[in-house]
Design a protein around this ligand. Structure first.
Ligand SMILES: Cc1cc2nc3c(=O)[nH]c(=O)nc-3n(C[C@H](O)[C@H](O)[C@H](O)COP(=O)(O)OP(=O)(O)OC[C@H]3O[C@@H](n4cnc5c(N)ncnc54)[C@H](O)[C@@H]3O)c2cc1C
Length: 393
């Protein structure tokens, strides 16, 4: 008997992981991605937690995918002196690198670009996906991995909105070839933090856009958390130079110069010399507004929401991608365990993934409050590590 027909809306790493795993079970899977061109890096690298690459690890993966490993987790003070350094291991890769590796193994005929979900109808025995160009597609289950601004969530849970945390991340990428030898030495094999007054910054190396991991040729990713109260200041920051209000991200070149100037001036007066150099030499910073998002339901008959569509984590544990992949793996396990019976599988999957999402949102919210509002983050805090389920994992 053929397995169920699975429709996936959203073809980023979360949707692709679900697609690959369910296709491996023998199910008939098609992915519908809104973007009209192959997805591109969002300008920064990602921390590769084990679940993100579990697909390749279990299939014998290709060893060629570039990533780099950092072996220290360190904190420096405003003079640039290392005040704390833990031996540790974290792997970093480019978002593109992971995405391309997954695209290489997913059936290209079943990955549809320029296919925006605008709605769906469901019956007891199936679901119809409606696309923006007027097409409709029939399936047994619709998996929506369509990100933090999810169309599916807006339809299913219109009352749920992301909640602004009170702070944003200024993010940037700086090429190592422009940095001084002393700064290169600081970031050579370490993840580097500086704890600031109700703020903190971290920097770490990632492969360059071609995947080069050679020290001196890499890119340094910087993430600086800064508070912008919701009293008109946040709104002004998130209004671009053309007067358009943006919700989640201000891409490079769009941020009003008064905010960029203030950020650079504060960098000069508060950051340790290596971190200041990295921030100053970034050609165009972007701003990512930090939100919490959580839901009480992920399964709605024949439609489910997963990944950022359901729970949006603050970035302190670098696990948003990992959580989307964990949702996909749990779906695959539940489907495999029930022989593809959708109702039984979702009865297993939903409570587990709701619990995981709530735990991860609570943990990252607590970290953000400590750093940005209580000022109780301290150098060397053992709980301050990347990981989805717990620090390090
Ligand atoms: C700058 C930055 C750095 C990050 N670094 C890390 C990290 O180091 N580690 C980590 O684990 N996580 C990281 N994250 C978080 C991670 O990127 C997200 O948590 C993860 O991408 C969520 O995956 P997703 O599949 O749920 O959604 P997304 O990756 O947002 O994908 C949603 C997809 O759905 C498509 N889509 C949207 N609407 C529709 C529609 N109506 N129809 C069809 N398609 C649609 C979009 O085009 C997109 O391709 C980072 C995020 C950012 C912004």
């Amino acid at each position: 008997m053929p397995g169920p027909k699975i429709l996936i809306a959203g073809g980023s790493i979360g949707g692709l992981t679900a697609g690959l795993l369910l296709a491996d079970l023998g199910f008939d899977v098609e992915i519908f991605e809104r973007s009209s061109a192959a997805l591109q890096e969002r300008g920064t690298g990602i921390v590769v937690l084990p679940i993100t690459e579990r697909y390749f690890a279990e299939r014998g993966g290709d060893a060629e995918r570039p990533s780099l490993e950092l072996t220290y987790w360190s904190y420096i003070d405003s003079t640039g002196t290392i005040t704390h350094a833990d031996p540790d291991h974290f792997r970093f890769s480019g978002w593109n690198t992971v995405y391309r590796a997954m695209m290489d193994v997913f059936d290209a005929d079943r990955y549809h670009l320029d296919s925006e979900m605008v709605g769906f109808d469901q019956r007891a025995d199936g679901v119809t996906l409606h696309l923006a160009d007027g097409r409709s597609v029939e399936g047994d289950l619709l998996v929506c991995s369509d990100g933090i601004a999810s169309t599916a969530r807006r339809i299913l849970l219109p009352e749920v909105e992301p909640t602004y945390s009170g702070y944003v991340a200024w993010r940037g990428v700086t090429e190592e070839r422009f940095l001084s030898p002393s700064t290169l030495e600081t970031v050579r094999d370490a993840m580097v933090y500086q704890v600031l007054d109700h703020s903190h910054i971290l920097v770490y190396a990632i492969p360059d856009h071609e995947g080069d991991t050679t020290p001196g040729a890499r890119i340094i990713n910087s993430v600086w958390y800064r508070n912008y109260p919701d009293d008109g200041t946040f709104e002004a920051l998130m209004t671009d130079r053309d007067g358009n209000r943006r919700t989640t991200t201000m891409p490079p070149g769009t941020i009003s110069s008064r905010f960029v100037d203030e950020m650079l001036s504060t960098a000069r007066s508060t950051l340790a010399p290596p971190l200041r150099e990295i921030v100053e030499k970034c050609p165009g910073p972007l701003v990512q507004a930090i939100y919490d998002l959580e839901v009480d339901q992920m399964a709605f008959g024949r439609v489910i929401i997963m990944g950022d569509a359901a729970f949006g984590l603050r970035p302190h544990v670098a696990a948003g991608q990992a959580k989307a992949c964990a949702d996909a793996w749990a779906l695959r396990d539940a489907m495999a365990g029930t022989g593809g019976d959708i109702e039984s599988a979702l009865a297993i999957w939903e409570p587990q993934q709701l619990a995981l999402g709530r735990m991860a949102v609570d943990r990252t919210r607590r970290m953000g409050i400590r750093s940005q509002f209580e000022g109780s983050m301290f150098p060397g805090d053992p709980t301050w590590k990347f990981g989805l389920w717990e620090p390090g994992n």
